[in-house]
Design a protein around this ligand. Structure first.
Ligand SMILES: Cc1ncc(COP(=O)(O)O)c(C=O)c1O
Length: 368
């Protein structure tokens, strides 16, 4: 999302590498990184992990600890990394293990409930059981094509979780593309736990999970009363000084409001170009954009949930489209039909991709 590699991040990593790769102790840079995280994303008490998968797992541990409830509520078609609990789907209206899970012999419906995105009645029914410790969701379902929240969805989700005593975990691992501060800041969401990863440190494996101060206090109370013992949270090489150096450089020099605004302008240009090509060829496709992230979907839209997103996938058409774009010199992410406009993406690159997309649609939808 920020280029390969952002020079400021490469410089910061190089400088720190000469001083130490890992200490297994915190260093001063943690303070500056914490402040930069709060400046960017809001008031949370931050913990560092190495992958967003781990950050989500630790967030769920906290949610279960403070609520003393067993289940996470996730949305059909979600992806939150290799978090076992979230590997569930809707099967005839019931929560079930996703098909094809290697070695998964546990019935995950003991740990999770799944409902469709944008279905607030189903969310409310699940919360009313009193079993849900937390709702874990992306603000936009970026891993199921790109399903946008319907107007009022997030506000009501927040109301419902509060009413029923469940926490709200917002996973911004992908939607940090929305703009400075991610979707949460841009659209005024109010999660209890904020999770972010991937490019947040410019590409150096780093993830964060942040607790709202009131939740941090609640967790501290729980922590002070639990029996002593290893909690199984945190990993040996997490919070190493390279992560802090890369994180600080990314937040203060790369993912700046100016850079994100520029990325969004580029993405707007790309989305408009792709939409015009789709209209020109009469293709039954559509385009969705979330800040610097653009996706074309080989089906009509808008899509409302994971079921509709799964039905919209056309694997053969998508594979042909990717290959035909590649043959014309445009390589897009090999899975998803997803594109990110980085601070160094040029107009010429965007226009070339749009022209190639035009040509590919001409081939696919030719009347001859
Ligand atoms: C929304 C979301 N959360 C978490 C993750 C997990 O990230 P990682 O692979 O770094 O563990 C992903 C990965 O694609 C993701 O899309």
């Amino acid at each position: 999302m920020f280029g390969h590699p952002p020079p400021a991040v490469a410089r910061a990593i190089k400088a720190q590498a000469g001083r130490g790769l890992t200490y297994m102790l915190p260093n001063e840079a943690a303070h500056a990184a914490g402040r930069a995280l709060t400046d960017s994303f809001g008031s949370f008490l931050w913990q560092v992990a190495t992958t967003a998968t781990d950050a989500n797992r630790f967030a769920l541990r906290v949610a279960r600890a403070v609520t003393n409830r067993p289940k996470v509520l996730v949305f059909n078609g979600c992806y939150h990394g290799t978090v076992d609990d979230a590997m569930v789907c809707l099967d005839n209206g019931r929560t079930a293990n996703r098909p094809g899970l290697v070695g998964q012999i546990t019935d995950l419906s003991a740990l999770a409930t799944v409902v469709e995105f944008n279905d607030l009645a189903a969310v409310e029914a699940a919360l009313a059981t009193g079993e849900i410790a937390a709702v874990l969701t992306e603000p936009v379902m970026t891993n199921s094509c790109m399903v946008l929240p319907e107007p009022g969805f997030h506000a009501e989700l927040r109301n419902l979780t509060r009413t029923h005593g469940a926490l709200l975990i917002i996973d911004e691992t992908h939607t940090q593309s929305t703009g400075h501060g991610g979707y949460t800041k841009t659209f005024g969401l109010d999660p209890d736990i904020f999770v972010i990863g991937k490019c947040v440190a410019g590409g150096l494996p780093t993830a964060l999970w942040g607790l709202r101060p009131d939740l941090a206090t609640r967790f501290a109370t729980y922590n002070a009363t639990r029996p002593p013992g290893h909690s199984g949270m945190g990993t040996t090489l997490s919070a190493n000084p390279l992560q802090f150096a890369a994180l600080l450089a990314t937040l203060t020099q790369v993912a700046t409001p100016t850079a994100l605004a520029k990325m969004e302008r580029g993405a707007q240009r790309l989305a408009t170009g792709l939409s015009c090509a789709i209209a020109a060829h009469g293709a039954p496709w559509h385009v969705v954009r979330v800040g610097a992230r653009v996706e074309f979907i080989c089906a009509p839209g808008p899509l409302r949930n994971g079921f509709e997103a799964a039905r919209a996938h056309a694997p053969e058409v998508e594979a042909v489209t990717h290959l035909a774009l590649l043959n014309r010199g445009s390589l897009i992410a090999p899975f998803h039909n997803m594109m990110l406009v980085s601070p160094v993406t040029t107009r010429a690159q965007i226009d070339r991709l749009v022209a190639n997309f035009h040509a590919v649609l001409g081939m696919l939808f030719s009347k001859d």
